[in-house]
Write a protein that binds this ligand. Structure first.
Ligand code: HEC
Ligand code: HEC
Length: 225
């Protein structure tokens, strides 16, 4: 190759890739705005609360932070706002084994925090963080599941409860809940309105479960011994 050809190759080659680089940059910039919902005043205030109490000293969010405590990116998809508010203001009020300290958030700070976490959860993160595999959360997998186990799984009970070591720890372990002497009637009433039996309960109510689903779920709970 002559010197001239080499120079042309360098100049036009660089130009060519620079144009591609610019095109991709503009394309990315255009997509970024659509990847997160609008920031409201509550979301902004919630972010200040996140910094004020140094939540990042224990938790991660979008991959940033410490690995001492669970990731918070999608927490609002697993726990309803009513539960989160109680927990944030006093972790031991929902779970006496909670190790998160009572940080002293006010009611407004807790609401703002939940708005911020809700905003974070809506950011398109391409599926990150990966969901844990909970296919067996209800005991056995697939077609062998009883109706009660299916309801347990479809309602996301395992986000808070564990059975045989699979599931969350926000609520009591249910592995042997049937041995505690509470009958199906108690469970049905508790599921519909936890507060009516356990005053101050942080468990969300399930008023929209059909009577037959409630019955099957309660029978499943009673069978856990
Ligand atoms: C000293 C460490 C620490 C700090 C600081 C901390 N957390 Fe936690 N957090 C934990 C631990 C540990 C857990 C796991 C549950 C437990 O054992 O209490 C947790 C759990 C949670 C949960 C999930 C509760 C559940 O049942 O799923 C939320 C939500 C939460 N923290 C939010 C926050 C927010 C918001 C802040 C800042 C205002 C914060 N945390 C500050 C340690 C911390
Ligand atoms: C957001 C967290 C959360 C979710 C989701 C949740 N629970 Fe709970 N659950 C709790 C908490 C907290 C308690 C303790 C307070 C109480 O007994 O009401 C509890 C208590 C219970 C108890 C009583 C356990 C005992 O030892 O007395 C049962 C049974 C139960 N839950 C079943 C379920 C079922 C079934 C589902 C799904 C339909 C479910 N829970 C969904 C948090 C949750």
């Amino acid at each position: 190759m002559s010197n001239k050809a080499a120079r042309n190759l360098f100049i036009f080659g660089s130009l060519f890739f620079f144009v591609i680089f610019l095109g991709l940059t503009f394309d990315t910039m255009k997509q970024i705005d659509g990847r997160a919902p609008e920031v409201t005043k509550e979301v902004d205030d919630g972010k200040q609360v996140w910094h004020k109490y140094d939540c990042i000293g224990c938790h991660t969010i979008l991959g940033n932070g410490s690995y001492f405590a669970p990731d918070m990116t999608k927490v609002v998809e697993k726990k309803p706002a009513g539960y989160l508010k109680k927990f944030l203001m006093d972790p031991k009020s929902t779970n006496k084994n909670a190790t998160m300290p009572k940080l002293g958030l006010s009611s407004k700070e807790a609401d703002d925090m939940i708005a911020f976490l809700t905003w974070i959860s809506k950011i398109d993160t391409n599926g990150w963080p990966p969901k844990p595999i909970l296919a067996q959360a209800a005991g056995v997998g697939g077609a062998q599941q009883t109706r009660g186990q299916q309801v347990y799984q479809s309602q996301g009970c395992s986000n808070c409860h564990s059975i045989n070591g699979i599931g969350g720890t926000s609520g009591p372990d249910l592995t042997k809940v049937g041995a505690a002497g509470k009958d199906a009637e108690w469970h049905m009433k508790h599921l519909k309105d936890p507060n009516s039996l356990v005053p101050g309960s942080a468990m969300p109510p399930y008023p929209s479960l059909s009577d037959s689903d409630l019955k099957e779920l309660a029978a499943y709970l009673v069978s856990l011994k």
